[in-house]
Design a binder for this molecule. Structure first.
Ligand code: HAM
Length: 430
């Protein structure tokens, strides 16, 4: 038998462990996400972590498809770990068809997988809050989603100047591509999406390679550089483009009325990597040096139809936990690392059995309680109580223990008192 020591197991690249202190942060973020989603009237749903491969291929766009974790199961079926939630949501909607009253607003916090180059803010396994409104073409759906996003970020403690919600329109881009006679619009979106990243020369060359003329390339460059809808109006002329501008004007007006003018703006550089968007698209950026996308979304009116269902218009967004947690950490907005423990039951004499009994009595009254699991020195027990953030320490074998009264210490105030279990419970509830 080999005596060589086994190599300790390694964490897979791009994944995270959640130790209790990390889990507390995650719970803090998820709680706020859920609280505000419910406040805006969204209902929670879930789906499986893997889906048939075809649900994603051809619908999500080449970038996401190239990042799929896919495999064949023992029955020879092609499956993929979900890289995003929107196709699953569309599948759920198609399955129930008219049985779902429309419009409706749903949210979910799926665990997602993308085979990406792991880097700051981008992992191979992450969580993403999804909010979607389905069954309506009303621009108030976009307004609802954008307001909910902003509300979340503000409620986490960020200021309106800490982030920017950039708004653009796939409808406008599609209309303009048609207006200037682009032969291959689907090839052009990924290039437009990379415009700022690759620089002007590579952008012009990529458009030439996609079959556009130099003049068409210059026209597109001009449109995408526009800083206001007034500028856009001077460039476009087709009725579809005008309609798309009107839609954006309406949205800006509603969001301004909602008091969000400080954190919204036109940004035609937002194209979005996903193939199914058909209307307004938006992204939320951290305004610091890194400018990473905290969230992104848009309108996808033909996805359900493309997946074989009836036409159900939809709009939604996804907000990742990785960039958000980094941002909140940078702004010192994550909660202090302490457990929510109400009582630490201690013993002067090493009577662990009694601490066990009294701990359970407090738990029956609904408190979060721990006690030492073996006889340890009194000082060590106090250290543990403090380290675990207990609100109060109850001593089970003090002078009045025989009469059913216990000494207890409020750790925050440093005060001592004596009382029965019921009295201590009343004190803790105050
Ligand atoms: P997405 O832009 O691919 O959209 O992702 C939205 C957000 O998820 C990003 O802004 C980012 O915060 C986070 N995210 C994406 N990839 C990663 C990664 N590898 N690591 C960490 N975080 C990441 C969608 O997924 C759409 N399905 C959103 C949507 C919902 N559209 C309509 N409804």
């Amino acid at each position: 038998m080999s005596t060589a020591k086994a190599t300790p197991p390694q964490l897979p690249k791009g994944t995270r462990d959640f130790y209790p202190e990390d889990m507390r942060i995650q719970t803090f973020i998820f709680d706020a996400w859920k609280r505000i989603s419910l406040r805006f009237g969204y209902e929670e749903y879930e789906g499986p972590i893997f889906e048939h491969l075809e649900l994603f291929t051809g619908k999500s766009g080449d970038e996401i498809v190239s990042q799929l974790y896919n495999f064949e199961d023992k029955g020879g079926r092609g499956l993929a770990l979900r890289p995003e939630m929107t196709p699953t949501l569309a599948r759920l909607v198609i399955q129930r068809g008219n049985a779902i009253r429309k419009p409706f607003k749903w949210f979910s916090i799926p665990r997602l997988f993308r085979y990406e180059r792991a880097q700051k803010g981008r992992l191979r396994e992450f969580f993403q809050l999804n909010l979607d409104v389905l069954g309506t073409e009303s621009i108030y759906a976009e307004a609802d989603l954008i307001t909910a996003t902003a509300t979340m970020l503000l409620e986490f403690g960020l200021k309106p100047t800490d982030f920017m919600i950039g708004i653009s329109s796939r409808k406008l881009l599609a209309a303009y591509l048609q207006e200037i006679g682009t032969p291959t619009p689907d090839l052009v979106y990924p290039i437009l999406d990379r415009r700022l990243k690759i620089g002007p020369d590579a952008f012009a060359q990529a458009l030439l390679d996609a079959g556009l003329s130099t003049e068409q390339g210059q026209k597109l460059n001009l449109l995408m550089s526009s800083k206001s809808l007034e500028e856009v109006k001077k460039i476009v002329s087709g009725s579809d483009s005008i309609e798309a501008i009107q839609e954006m004007e309406d949205l800006f007006e509603i969001l301004t009325a909602a008091g969000l003018s400080e954190c919204i703006g036109l940004d035609l550089n937002i194209v979005r990597g996903l193939a199914y968007y058909t209307g307004i698209v938006f992204e939320v950026f951290n305004k610091g040096a890194s400018m990473r996308a905290i969230a992104g979304g848009g309108r996808y009116d033909s996805l359900c139809e493309k997946l074989g269902g009836a036409r159900v218009p939809g709009v939604g967004f996804g907000m990742g936990d990785v960039v958000l947690a980094d941002l909140l950490r940078d702004h010192n907005l994550l909660p202090a690392q302490s457990q929510t423990l109400d009582v630490f039951v201690a013993t002067f004499t090493g009577d662990i059995k009694k601490t066990f009994v009294i701990a359970n009595a407090f738990r029956k009254l609904g408190f979060n309680v721990v006690h030492p699991l073996s006889a340890i020195k009194f000082g060590k027990q106090m250290e543990l109580a403090n380290a675990q953030g207990a609100a109060c320490v109850v001593y089970v074998d003090g002078e009045k223990a025989a009469e059913g009264e216990f000494e207890f210490k409020d750790l925050a105030k440093g005060t001592m008192a004596v009382g029965s279990l019921q009295k201590i419970a009343e004190y803790l509830k105050k």
